[in-house]
Design a protein around this ligand. Sequence first.
Ligand SMILES: [Zn+2]
Ligand SMILES: [Zn+2]
Length: 340
Amino acid sequence: MLESMLKGVISRESVLSAVDEYDRVGQDAFLAEYGFAQARNYLLVHEGREYDSKAIAGVAHQYEYGRALRPTEFHGGTGEAVVWLEQLGFTVKSLRNPDWAWDEVVLACAITADNGWRGLAATDPRVVELSGLLRLLPIHDASSRNDTFRNANGVARKTFDIATRHPDYQGKPTNGGATDRAVLQEFLASPVEMAAAAQLIRAGVLTGGLQAPAVADEDLEDFDAPEGRLLLRQHLARERNPKLRRQKIESVVRHGRRLACEACGFDFQRTYGDRGTGYIECHHVVPLHAAGEGRTKLSDLALICANCHRMIHRRAPWPTPGELRSLISEAGAPGAQDGS
Ligand SMILES: [Zn+2]
Ligand SMILES: [Zn+2]
């Protein structure tokens, strides 16, 4: 019986049976019977009532396979229990709000900078406006938010977290996290660029230009941009525009030049033969905040091999192809390989 148990593969009926049992014996007895603690992060909402979602998901296995999952055997969050329940069409609500993403802190930093690096009150129109904007950002999905998601109080508190981390601030900093500090550093180092980035995110959300992610978030793990994930997605989508890439490649070929990486010289055709003919990636050399909404010029695109492209985006600030070429020759110097 137990060998055939598939974790998370449960039916709607089993979940409803667990819900029935919960209703019948009551929350305390249900949790005690199966060894679960009270939910801290997620609740299942069914017919207007709330249930500890992890316990329900675990006990549903009892009805499916004859044995409940123990609390230590699975996660209650969006990796496991929440997804299992949502896939069956159940509603799960979050008790806590997600941490602030980099992009959100960029926007909060911009209004704090605008206020002379002092925190803003919850009644300040800039806070009220930003609160509305943050609810539109396509970063946190609905099931991870609760009713207080980025409300005016929360936004105001964030501006104080940021302001009290400013080097000129004399008192004790309020809470805030590593992201707050890192974004603040970017603002202090490049105030004009970061203000422009905030402006672009804002404009992109309001016009809907940032709404549809053309690049999956998993693909962004090895990428870094001080302007945040939303603008990074937009940047990468623009580089991957097949029409532009084709035009760039055609113009290089027309001028009799080789399709080779501008950083390391790699030539796909030379290494892969016919399979590599005509292949190269394009990298947009103009930074996100400076590229704006305007049209991409072919001269803004550099030919770059897949390896070099990854390395450019891996850490901000992004090196130009020429700078990367210097890094390659430094790393290739005698002795660099064996660390001696
Ligand atoms: Zn290369
Ligand atoms: Zn690129």
